[in-house]
Structures are given as C-alpha cells and as structure tokens.
Ligand binder design. Structure first.
Ligand code: GLY
Length: 353
C-alpha cells in the first residue's frame, strides 16, 4: 500500500477541486450524513454543482454505520449510473469515511474515493490509514477492508463547528499520537487549554498528529506489527466504550480512549517501566479535561470479559500495546487477570471513584 496523499488544506475549495481534477472518473458522487449534508456540504456546493455531482445522504451517528446504510449507498450508486470509473467523496466524520470507504471499496469491486473529514476524530484518525467498514451483529467495525482513500483533504476550519465534547474526543487520539511519538509533541499537547482554545495552534498540532499516524501506517499498513502502536489505550478504552453502550450511558470514543490510556499508562509503568512523572502529568490532564467514567469493583469481571472479546486478541489472550517511555513502543504485551484488576483499582483511585 503506497503512502496515502493527505493534504492539510490552505485553500479548501481550490484543494478539493484539484484533488478531484487529478482523478480520472466518469461520474462524481458525494456521501454525507444528515448533519454534514446540512452544515458542511454547502461550503462545496458550487464545486459539486459545476461537476454535476450527485448527493447520497444517510442517517447520522454510529447507529447508522450498518448494512442498511451501506445497501442504500450501493443502491443509489447503481441507480444513478455509477461505474467502476466513478468517484465518491466522503464528507463527514468517522462514520461516513469508514462506511463510504467500504462502500467505494466494494462497489463493482472497487471505485476510487476521497475523504474530507469534518470532525477532529476523523481528521487525525479515521479518515487516514485505509481502515474502512461497518458495525455488524452488534460489533463495532466487524466487517470491512483495508483500502486507502486516493486523497484525504483536511480542512481544519470545520473544527470551529465542533462543540467542546467532540473536540476533546478527537483530542484523545491526538494525546495518544503524542505518547507514541515524541516528548516535544506530547508536552505541547498537555499545554493546550480547552477553556480558551487557540484554533491556529490546534490546527498546527493536527498537522503533526496526522503525520505521526501517516508514518506508522506507511511502515505497517495492515497492522502486522508497529501499527499496533495506534491501539495504545484502546484495549481498555473499547471495553469502557462497550460498557457505556450496554449500560445506556454512552461516551464518545476519544473519551473512552483517554480513560483507557490512564489504565494502560499505569500498566506500562508497572510492566515495562514507563516514567512515573509522565504518568502523573498525563493522568492529571485527562482527569481535568475528560472527567471520569464511573466504575466500581463489581464491573471488573464484565470489563475483563469485554477485553477478552476484542478483535485484536489472538487465541483469546488480551493484547496490549504498552510504552516503556514516550515513543518507546512495546507491542504484543499480555497481563494477568489479577494485574488487570489492579490497573482498574489504580484508575478508580486516581479518578477519585
Ligand atoms: N485507528 C487505529 C488505526 O487506524 O490503526
């Protein structure tokens, strides 16, 4: 898989037009959800009109990242004359770039697609790296393929449309990129003040964050080894996220990852020697900005079972990515049930639960 072209846009209309023009295609389609159709598509409507693009819109939120929405996209592509030479633009958050990427990858055995992420989470994570798919049988991203977009265009002006919760959700993945890359980036991330967000500074850090992911994906596009670094915080984070849905107290993905990182940094300190001072600083920042996901010790078994069913595991053994230090990545780590329960004790203690 070659390095995906990621454009940090300075002039969105021009960059999008150029990205479309460099593809050879017969018909152009744009996929949005109800939200991005209303709030984001107008900013590119004149380009879409000029190129006679046809719109496909599906329901918003992760609940619509399913087979019915996928079938709707395939059906509308087919009904409107899409061929193997057609081009799809995915304009939205991770739900749209994942589902649209999968629809494009499978329609007539694959058409080209361009991602235009509109949330911070999709800018720094979902839209980059070629993971596509849908939820199935109650499991997140259960069906999908690795297939990168031809181009990803990041228009950071969309960030101004996001509320603080959605900014923080994406920022959770950025903190992860800081931890798995280098001290300088990690330190600047922990200084960002969400009470007075400086958008220009955030935009500059988005560029650094995306580059961290691009470098890793280029080395290991199919997650055989070092791409597992991107799973840091996710072994526990996915369990928190699943529990939040089971108990009908849903949390945003990046929040679950942030709390997962609190746990996995502790395990990193105990198992592979991650420095205590950096553990304390990261935990304090997460606690201050993300609050906590309340659990008591009666939830430990359920969280453990959820972790055992994670699709990253091999042979039912829970797989962790840990850090010996910032940027010093230790993949394929395991831990006993007892030490996982101790990790939950630490999480509750430092979160004041
Ligand atoms: N979201 C993790 C990855 O793209 O590998």
């Amino acid at each position: 898989m070659s390095r995906q072209k990621v454009i940090l846009s300075k002039d969105f209309a021009k960059d999008l037009q150029e990205a479309i023009n460099t593809q050879s295609y017969d018909k152009l389609f744009v996929l949005t959800d109800e939200q991005t159709h209303e709030f984001c598509q107008p900013s590119i409507q004149n380009i879409l009109d000029e190129l006679e693009a046809q719109s496909i819109t599906i329901g918003s939120t992760d609940l619509n990242k399913n087979l019915d929405s996928l079938a709707k996209v395939w059906t509308e592509l087919g009904a409107n004359g899409a061929s193997r030479q057609s081009l799809l633009i995915n304009l939205g958050g991770g739900m749209i770039t994942d589902l649209g990427g999968f629809a494009a990858s499978t329609f007539k055995r694959g058409i080209k697609y361009i991602n235009v992420p509109t949330t911070l989470l999709s800018m720094v994570d979902a839209s980059v790296g070629g993971k596509t798919g849908i939820n199935f049988n109650g499991l997140k991203n259960e069906v999908g393929v690795f297939n990168p977009a031809s181009v990803v265009i990041i228009e950071t002006d969309f960030l101004r449309t996001l509320n603080r919760q959605n900014l923080l959700s994406g920022y959770g993945e950025m903190i992860k990129h800081g931890l798995i890359s280098n001290q300088k980036h990690w330190a600047e991330l922990l200084q960002f003040d969400f009470e007075n967000p400086e958008y220009d500074h955030l935009k500059q850090m988005v560029g650094v964050s995306v580059a961290v992911k691009e470098d890793i994906v280029e080395k290991d596009p199919f997650e055989q080894n070092i791409r597992k670094a991107l799973n840091f915080g996710h072994t526990v984070g996915h369990a928190f996220e699943s529990l939040s849905f089971i108990e009908d107290r849903p949390v945003l993905h990046g929040y679950a990852v942030a709390w997962g990182m609190v746990c996995e940094l502790y395990m990193s300190a105990v198992n592979v020697g991650f420095p205590q001072d950096k553990l304390r600083q990261t935990v304090a920042y997460i606690k201050e900005n993300y609050g906590s996901f309340p659990i008591d010790c009666k939830k430990y078994d359920q969280l453990y079972d959820l972790m055992k069913h994670d699709k990253k595991n091999v042979g039912g053994v829970i797989n962790f990515t840990l850090l010996k230090d910032i940027g010093d990545i230790q993949i394929n780590q395991t831990a006993s049930k007892e030490s996982i329960f101790e990790m939950f004790d630490f999480y509750r203690e430092c979160m004041g639960l």
